[in-house]
Write a protein that binds this ligand. Sequence first.
Ligand code: PLP
Length: 425
Amino acid sequence: MSNPSGIPVPNAASDAPTTLDVQRIREDFPALHQQVNGKPLVYLDSAATTQKPLSVIQAVRQYYEKDNSNVHRGVHTLSARATESYETARIKVQRFINAADAREIIFVRGATEGINLVANSYGRKHIRAGDELLITAMEHHSNIVPWQLLCEEKDAHLRVAPINERGEVVLESYEKLITDRTKLVAITYISNSLGTINPVKEMIELAHRRRVPVLVDGAQAGPHLPLDVQEIGCDFLVVSGHKMYAPTGIGALYGKLELLESMPPYQGGGEMIQSVTFEKTTYNDVPHKFEAGTPNIADAVGFGAAIDYLNALGMQAIAAHEDDLVRCAIAALSAIPGLRFIGTARDRAAVVSFTIENIHPHDIGTILDQEGIAIRTGHHCSQPVMDRFGVPATSRASFGLYNTHAEIDSLVAGIYKAKELFSLE
Ligand code: PLP
């Protein structure tokens, strides 16, 4: 199945352009062209979810208009087409993250479900009383709570590698926390609340020295970096389609084949079985063993279209554009009196978190919304990060491949407006 029945799938474009024509790209995104509260929308919330290009919207629409059927079981033409579209999307994900085999890709609802699958299947099989699991202090709740549930059930312990004032993992502490008791490490590639890019390859090597498998939460990395699971050497990786310009409700779990084959099913039902009697059920091969029930076929097809879109632009060019935006945003925001950055890592991605003296982040968010500017305010599903920096919440601007320098100017002007309003009260 690593190269199944001749399905033609374009490779990740090595000849993709090195820069982005952002004005042209913006034409691909209908949602960007609207007024919000009487102002042109400035969408700076892509870390929460990205807008969708027309090619993705059309792929889903075309699937429902022409190919809609159930996968794998049917002999009729529509079922064959639906199956081919769904399995082609799997191969696109495989190539996008450079997995060795398409069977290593399990379609799930998103990063959250991928992590829960590993916790419930791998975790339940391998974690015992007294074992330890290691995460970092910058994890999204999705990469904390499933492990806490597992630890509670198994009487195991969750250990947390600390982060420094810049919001970087303290690698010496991380290394020391990996002991003979450690049975799994789960780390984010890019922090959604701080923007930190973790040195995952090095962190994985440190864990592997002690034969500890590593899950990488790639939810924020998928839209931003070229991903290569073989290069970084992770055992599991999760990505969310909706953060990669694909529909909501679809994502992928990558797992090394031998690990997936050794793991028990996550959910029971149709698709995941080989044969069923009341006495005994045998299970399907991976990946189908982990895809019980009718899958989210249309959105998997949309995910494939989003990957085509990213490949055509080129992940290097996307990363370079977003890095430029982040640098410009930091320079512009630094000039605002009373602004404190939360997260100043040396290696960082398309997220800028900050607080403004004497103004609650929710007020900033509400005033910016009046200006048509969408940012996210709150704890960003990372309450331990807020505790670490002694703030209840932050304002977070996050960038996608369609954002412009002019939108950073609008953000800065909006923040000055908020400051003015608050100084008048
Ligand atoms: N991990 C990180 C770092 C995230 O930013 C998010 C979503 O914001 C998730 C996991 C969960 O992703 P989803 O809700 O799409 O499952």
